[in-house]
Design a protein around this ligand. Structure first.
Ligand code: XMP
Ligand code: MG
Length: 178
């Protein structure tokens, strides 16, 4: 499986170290507030698992699953909710936990949907962001790493549902596509 990677961008240790930093920042920013972590399935599962364990205190979590209408790996921005939150977020401090922001279209839709439920606050934490791929401006408060506009897998990120279980994050070798 590791041979299917072209090159590793971030090792498991680098990811964990960065999430520790973000967790400390988040905990300080939300001091005295009950922050609800909202993960987006499925890519964010490992970010959520490691980020929440890096927090020095307890924080509840919830999940939503969405599917983006569109062809192939391109996001269209037209989104359908496959699984909604279990929690009523009205009046709550919500922090969205994401794996990656690419065009930003999916997250843009999720944010306006969640905002209509009138949370006390709404912020985003993403492990990865591709600044060169942005089609909409997303105000993301916590960013793990900015990366080039390349397709990456591992640590929750998939190619056709595979490679989510890779511990590191890297680009796929060309032979995988062929
Ligand atoms: P948008 O373009 O709406 O896309 O920001 C967000 C979703 O698309 C997936 N995505 C990726 N998945 N490697 C992946 O494994 C990538 O490089 C990549 N870029 C986008 C991902 O599900 C993300 O939530
Ligand atoms: Mg995702």
């Amino acid at each position: 499986m590791g041979n299917d990677l072209d090159h590793v961008l971030f090792t498991e240790d680098q990811i964990h170290a960065r999430l520790e930093e973000l967790a400390a920042e988040i905990w300080a920013d939300y001091e005295g507030k009950d922050v609800l972590l909202v993960g987006v399935l499925k890519g964010a599962i490992l970010v959520m698992a490691d980020l929440m364990r890096a927090l020095p205190g307890s924080a509840p979590m919830d999940w939503m699953a969405v599917s983006s209408y569109g062809s192939g790996t391109k996001s269209s921005g037209v989104v359908r909710i496959l699984k909604d939150l279990d929690t009523d977020i009205s009046g709550r401090h919500v922090l969205i936990v994401e794996d990656i922001i690419d065009s930003g279209l999916t997250l843009n839709w999720i944010c306006s949907n969640l905002r209509s439920r009138e949370p006390a606050s709404l912020e985003i934490c993403t492990l990865l962001r591709k600044p060169d791929a942005a089609k909409v401006d997303i105000d993301c408060r916590y960013v793990g790493f900015d990366i080039p506009n390349e397709f990456v897998v591992g640590y929750g990120l998939d190619y056709d549902e595979r490679y989510r279980n890779l511990r590191d994050i890297g680009t796929l070798a060309p032979h995988v596509y062929l």
